[in-house]
Design a protein around this ligand. Structure first.
Ligand SMILES: Nc1ncnc2c1ncn2[C@@H]1O[C@H](COP(=O)(O)OP(=O)(O)OP(=O)(O)O)[C@@H](O)[C@H]1O
Ligand SMILES: [Mg+2]
Length: 473
C-alpha cells in the first residue's frame, strides 16, 4: 500500500501527469463556463415568462378594479391568495399600511430595480407561505394611496440554479476522478518507456556498450528519440571498437621493433668485446631503429591530428600545383634510382581550401607507394587536373606495378594494414591511412582503381569547394 502511494506520488511529479491535470482544469473551467451561459440564458428566459404571467394577472385584477372598484379588487386578491399551491404573491394595503388582502405578512422593504421589478425573499414576508424562494413583483399605487403588489416566486429559476450547481459538482467530481486516473495511467505508460531508456543508460554507464533502447515501433517522439539514441550508441560503439583496434595494432606493431632494439643492445653487452667499432655499429643501428620508431609515432600523430579535424580551422586557399610539385621534386630522384620513369603532368591551376603541407605529405605518400611497390623499370604518372564536368579538381597517381585487389582497396586504408606481397619492402602500413585522413579533412575522397596493370589512386576534391556526402566510417 505504502509502495503504491509512493509510486503514485512519483508519477504525480511527471510531466505527462502535470499535463493531464492541466487539461483537466481547463476542461472543468470550460464546462463551468458553458453551464454559466446556459444558466444565464435559461434564467433570463424564465424571468421573462414570469414577467408575462404577472402582466396577465395584473390585467385580470385591473378588470376587477375597473368593474367593481376597490371592493371587487379586495375580493379578487383574497380569492386568488386563498388558493393554496399558488406560485403567486399578492398584497393590498390601505394608505396606512394595513393589509386588506394578500398572502404576504408585510410590505417588502426592497426597492424596485430600474425596470420596475421588486425582488425579495418570500419567506421573510411569508404570511401564508414559507417557501425559501425569491419572488419578483410589480407594485402599484391606486387612487386614494392604496397599494397593490402582484408577483410570483421564482422557484423554477432557483431550482434551475440548484440543478446547475449540482451537475457542476458532479462533473467536477467525475472529471477529477477520471483525470487523475487517466493522468496516472498516461504518466505510467510514458514513465515505463523513459525508464527503459534509463535502464539502457545505466547498462552503458556500467561498461556494457551493447545495450540498446527497446522501440515500440509506433513512430512517436519517444520512439524517434530511442531510434536516435540507438544510432548514436551504434556510432559510439563503432568508434570505440575502431579505437581499440588501433590501440591494439599500435601496441603490437611497436612491440616488434622495440624487442629487436632491446635484443640487439643486449647481445652487444653479452659479447663483451673490447672493440669500440662493434659498439659503434650497434649504436648506429639502434639510432636507425629508434628513428623508424619515431617516424611511426609521427605518422600516427599526423593521422590522429588530421582525423580530429583540428586543422580544419587552418585551411586556406592552396594552389594544388604547389604541393604536387613539392612531392614530385622529392620523389623524382628516388624513381630515377630505381630505374623508373615518373611523369608529372600538371593541367590547370586549381585552388582548393586546404593545408598545403598535409597535401604535399599525402601526394608524397602516394608516390612513395607507387615507387616502392612497382618493380624496377616501371612507369609512374602523376597527373593534376582542374575542375571539369561538374567534378572538382583531382590528383591521380598511376603505376604499372602489382596493384591492389579490389576486395582489399577499402582495407589498405586502415592503419597498419599491409598486403602480404608488400612484406618484402619496408613500411608500417600507415601511409594510406594518413592520405585518407587528409582527404577527409579536405572533404575530398580517395578513389582506388585498377590501372590494368597496376594501381590508379586519385584524390578527388569536391566541386565548388563543397563536400562529398560520404558517410564517416
Ligand atoms: N601503388 C601500390 N601498388 C601496390 N600495392 C600498394 C600500392 N600502394 C599501397 N599498396 C599496398 O597497400 C598497403 C598499405 O599502404 P600504406 O602506404 O598504407 O603502407 P606501407 O606503404 O606498407 O607503409 P608506409 O606507407 O607506412 O611506409 C601496402 O603495404 C601495399 O601492400
Ligand atoms: Mg606507403
Amino acid at each position: 500500500m505504502k509502495a503504491l502511494v509512493i509510486s503514485a506520488l512519483r508519477l504525480a511529479r511527471t510531466t505527462p501527469f502535470r499535463l493531464a491535470v492541466l487539461y483537466l482544469a481547463m476542461f472543468v473551467l470550460s464546462v463551468a463556463l458553458i453551464l454559466a451561459v446556459v444558466y444565464r440564458t435559461t434564467a433570463g428566459f424564465l424571468e421573462s415568462e414570469i414577467g408575462e404571467t404577472i402582466a396577465l394577472e395584473v390585467a385580470g385584477l385591473q378588470d376587477q378594479y375597473r368593474g367593481q372598484g376597490l371592493r371587487g379588487l379586495v375580493d379578487a386578491v383574497r380569492d386568488r391568495s386563498a388558493t393554496s399551491h399558488t406560485n403567486s404573491v399578492y398584497l393590498l394595503t390601505t394608505p396606512g399600511g394595513v393589509i386588506l388582502a394578500g398572502n404576504l405578512s408585510a410590505w417588502p422593504t426592497a426597492v424596485p430595480d430600474a425596470s420596475g421589478w421588486t425582488h425579495f425573499k418570500v419567506a421573510e414576508y411569508g404570511g401564508t407561505s414559507d417557501r425559501p424562494s425569491t419572488a419578483m413583483a410589480v407594485t402599484f399605487t391606486l387612487p386614494g394611496k392604496f397599494r397593490l403588489l402582484v408577483g410570483r416566486d421564482m422557484s423554477e429559476i432557483d431550482q434551475l440554479r440548484g440543478r446547475m450547481i449540482a451537475s457542476l459538482r458532479w462533473i467536477l467530481a467525475v472529471t477529477a476522478l477520471l483525470g487523475l486516473g487517466g493522468g496516472l495511467l498516461v504518466a505510467r505508460g510514458a514513465m515505463r518507456r523513459i525508464e527503459a531508456i534509463n535502464r539502457t543508460t545505466r547498462q552503458i554507464m556500467a561498461g556494457d556498450l551493447t545495450g540498446r533502447v527497446p522501440r515500440s515501433g509506433g513512430g512517436d517522439e519517444i520512439d524517434r528519440l530511442a531510434g536516435n539514441l540507438n544510432a548514436m550508441l551504434d556510432q559510439i560503439e563503432r568508434l570505440m571498437t575502431g579505437m581499440r583496434q588501433v590501440t591494439e595494432s599500435v601496441a603490437h606493431d611497436l612491440r616488434t621493433p622495440l624487442t629487436r632494439l632491446r635484443s640487439r643492445i643486449e647481445l652487444a653487452l653479452i659479447h663483451e668485446t673490447e672493440d669500440p667499432e662493434v659498439y659503434r655499429a650497434v649504436l648506429q643501428e639502434t639510432i636507425a631503429e629508434a628513428d623508424r620508431l619515431l617516424a611511426t609515432f609521427t605518422a600516427l600523430l599526423s593521422i590522429a591530428e588530421a582525423e580530429s579535424g583540428a586543422k580544419r580551422t587552418e585551411l586556406e586557399p592552396v594552389k594544388l600545383a604547389e604541393p604536387v610539385r613539392i612531392a614530385a621534386d622529392l620523389y623524382e630522384p628516388v624513381a630515377e634510382d630505381k630505374g623508373q620513369t615518373l611523369v608529372t603532368d600538371i593541367r590547370g591551376e586549381p585552388v582548393v581550401r586546404g593545408n598545403g603541407q598535409l597535401l604535399a605529405q599525402a601526394v608524397s605518400n602516394l608516390l612513395d607507394n607507387a615507387i616502392k611497390y612497382t618493380p624496377e623499370g616501371g612507369r609512374i604518372a602523376l597527373v593534376l587536373e582542374g575542375a571539369a564536368h561538374g567534378r572538382g579538381p583531382r590528383v591521380t597517381i598511376a603505376d604499372n606495378g602489382p596493384g591492389i585487389p579490389s576486395d582489399m582497396r577499402e582495407k589498405v586504408l586502415q592503419r597498419f594494414v599491409r598486403l602480404d606481397t608488400a612484406r618484402a619492402s619496408p613500411g608500417n602500413g600507415l601511409g594510406l591511412s594518413l592520405v585518407d585522413a587528409v582527404a577527409r579533412l579536405h572533404g575530398a575522397r580517395l578513389v582506388l582503381e585498377d590501372n590494368a596493370p597496376g594501381l590508379r589512386i586519385s584524390l578527388e576534391f569536391p566541386a565548388n569547394g563543397g563536400t562529398f556526402a560520404t558517410p564517416p566510417h
